[in-house]
Design a protein around this ligand. Structure first.
Ligand SMILES: Nc1[nH]c(=O)nc2c1ncn2[C@H]1C[C@H](O)[C@@H](COP(=O)(O)OP(=O)(O)OP(=O)(O)O)O1
Length: 184
C-alpha cells in the first residue's frame, strides 16, 4: 500500500527541474461518462489515461493540452479548464520529475477517433478502469469529478509502483504551481 505523507516530506529527486506534461480528461455530463484512451505505445503503454503529452519548447501549457488532444483523439476542445497539477518523482526512469497539468474539457468540435498512440473509449463515471490506470489516479479522480482544483506529489519506484504521495485541494492552483516550480 502506498504511504500518505505530509506535503513537503517528498524530497525532489536530484534537484532536477520538472519536465512539463499535459493530461486532458473529456467529460460528457449528459451521458455521465468520461473519455479515456488506451495508450498504445511509449511510456505508460497498456494503461488507460486522459490525453496528453510533453509541452514543447516555446509552447504554452494550454496550447500543448489542446494540441495533444487533437493529435491523440482527433477533436478540438472548445472549453478547457485547468484543474490540477500533479508531480511525479521516479527513482529509476525517467530521471527528472514530471509536472503533469490536468485539464477538464466538456465541449469539443469534431468526431472522436483513434490515433496511432491512443484508442479512445467512453467509461461510465462509476466504471472508471482504475485497475488498468496509473496507480496515482484513484487518489485524484474524486477531486477531479467533484470539480475541485488539486495539487499533489507521487513517488514511484520501478517506474510504476507507487510508494508514497500527498494530494490536496487547492483554492489557488496557479500559486501552488508557482511554488512547486519555484527553484527552476
Ligand atoms: N503517473 C501518471 N498518472 C497519470 O494519470 N498520467 C500520467 C502519469 N504519468 C504520465 N502521465 C501522462 C501525462 C501525459 O499525458 C502522458 C505521457 O506523455 P507521452 O509520453 O505520451 O508524451 P508525448 O505524447 O509527448 O510522447 P511522444 O509523442 O511519444 O514523444 O502520460
Amino acid at each position: 500500500m502506498p504511504r500518505e505523507v505530509r506535503e513537503g516530506d517528498i524530497a525532489l529527486a536530484r534537484g532536477a527541474a520538472h519536465r512539463a506534461f499535459t493530461l486532458v480528461v473529456v467529460r460528457d455530463y449528459e451521458g455521465g461518462r468520461v473519455l479515456l484512451g488506451e495508450k498504445l505505445r511509449g511510456f505508460g503503454a497498456g494503461y488507460y489515461n486522459g490525453f496528453g503529452g510533453k509541452v514543447e519548447r516555446g509552447e504554452t501549457v494550454e496550447a500543448a493540452a489542446a494540441r495533444e488532444l487533437t493529435e491523440e483523439a482527433n477533436v478540438e476542445a472548445t472549453n478547457m479548464t485547468r484543474r490540477g497539477a500533479l508531480r511525479f518523482v521516479f527513482d529509476d526512469k525517467p530521471l527528472e520529475p514530471w509536472l503533469v497539468h490536468v485539464f477538464h474539457c466538456s465541449r469539443y468540435d469534431g468526431e472522436i477517433a483513434a490515433s496511432d498512440e491512443m484508442r479512445p473509449e467512453w467509461f461510465d463515471l462509476d466504471d472508471v478502469p482504475f485497475e488498468n490506470m496509473w496507480a496515482d489516479d484513484p487518489y485524484w479522480w474524486p477531486l477531479f469529478l467533484e470539480e475541485k482544483e488539486f495539487v499533489g506529489t507521487f513517488t514511484f519506484t520501478n517506474t510504476t509502483t507507487l510508494v508514497d504521495y500527498w494530494i490536496r485541494e487547492t483554492k489557488d492552483l496557479m500559486l501552488d504551481v508557482e511554488a512547486m516550480t519555484a527553484n527552476e
